[in-house]
Design a protein around this ligand. Sequence first.
Ligand SMILES: Cc1cc2nc3c(=O)[nH]c(=O)nc-3n(C[C@H](O)[C@H](O)[C@H](O)COP(=O)(O)O)c2cc1C
Ligand SMILES: C=C(O[C@@H]1CC(C(=O)O)=C[C@@H](OP(=O)(O)O)[C@H]1O)C(=O)O
Length: 368
Amino acid sequence: MYGSTFGNILKISTWGESHGAGIGVVIDGCPAGLLLSAEDIQAYLDRRKPGQSRFTTQRKEADEVEILSGIFEGKTTGTPISLMVRNTDQRSHDYSEIANYYRPGHADRNYDIKYGFRDYRGGGRSSGRETIGRVAAGAVAAKILAELGVEITAYTLSIGPVTIDKSRFDKEEMGRNALYMPDAEAAKKAQAYLEGCMKEKNSSGGMVECVIKGVPAGIGEPAFEKLDANLAKAVFSIGAVKSFEVGAGIAAASSDGLHNNDAYRMDEEGNVKKKTNHSGGITGGISDGAPILIRAAFKPTPSVAAVQETVNRQGENIEISIKGRHDPIIVPRAVVVVESMAALVVLDAMLGSMTTRMDAVKGFFKNL
Ligand SMILES: Cc1cc2nc3c(=O)[nH]c(=O)nc-3n(C[C@H](O)[C@H](O)[C@H](O)COP(=O)(O)O)c2cc1C
Ligand SMILES: C=C(O[C@@H]1CC(C(=O)O)=C[C@@H](OP(=O)(O)O)[C@H]1O)C(=O)O
């Protein structure tokens, strides 16, 4: 099985299963000399961990990070950084039935087809718990990006039929409600909607939006390393993501050239500015200096407790009611996962851009 490593210069390899001993990440390519503490990483993991509210899985995990390597006297040494979180509340017996049937919407059947057998305790490697490694690595990338003047903010854009009203956007509100929604009124409506889903032992989908500010123009490469293409792959690799958009996204398909183009104008200081940002800060795979705007749609959590039709490994039609502790909505916990994947892609692209021109390359060696 390959596919657990991501990135070009800053590479991450995530490892671990939902009901194994632990989950983690190895980060290769982090520059030496970055001040980095367990608290920096924990702050990100705490935004992702289960049990944060009644709208998340009730599995009780502290998700406490252990730093195994790569940091000495509070600073990165440049060697691989290995981070791990131990699993402590697996309750694998809830999954003994799942061993013999396939949950609709989950990866069970495809893992069996592909590998011949699977770790059926929880989602195994396909569990949302795999995202712990991404978030731990994302915290490191975000810390480097902050020193380069790049700020990334993700939030819940919608849950079921409830979408935030951007005119009421309040960043502080995200920390006040359980759904990471930057609009108090929308959060209230979304909570009521979720209560209804939960009463029916059902789940909801929703969308995450992410804004990346401070990325200089010129980041990203043509063809196969386009910045938007790499963001798409990064975000699509998160479990349950079913669509990715940049800028106007899907709406561009029903627009026309005159409205969709972002007109260039000179500002009073003699800089080129765009009147609009339908491109979402990226054209030709290269950043243009405007905020980068991406969105991801998450499907409703597949493991629901209501009765569903499926088949078992003996090829019989059966009806099931799934046990286990599942998220009634994935989106609020996925906000920081999207933010982390965006941080990893943007940092990797910025590090890659250091080789773009001779003067930059010569400047680097002159300063050594
Ligand atoms: C943060 C996070 C939490 C998740 N929580 C659950 C969950 O509690 N129950 C569940 O069945 N799926 C959950 N999922 C979704 C499944 O992992 C995912 O749907 C499954 O691996 C199948 O992959 P696909 O939906 O990308 O095709 C979660 C995903 C993420 C990213
Ligand atoms: C515990 C977490 O979420 C889990 C994500 C998940 C899944 O199938 O994705 C299924 C549930 O856990 P298990 O693997 O035990 O069935 C969730 O509780 C977590 O993300 O930390």
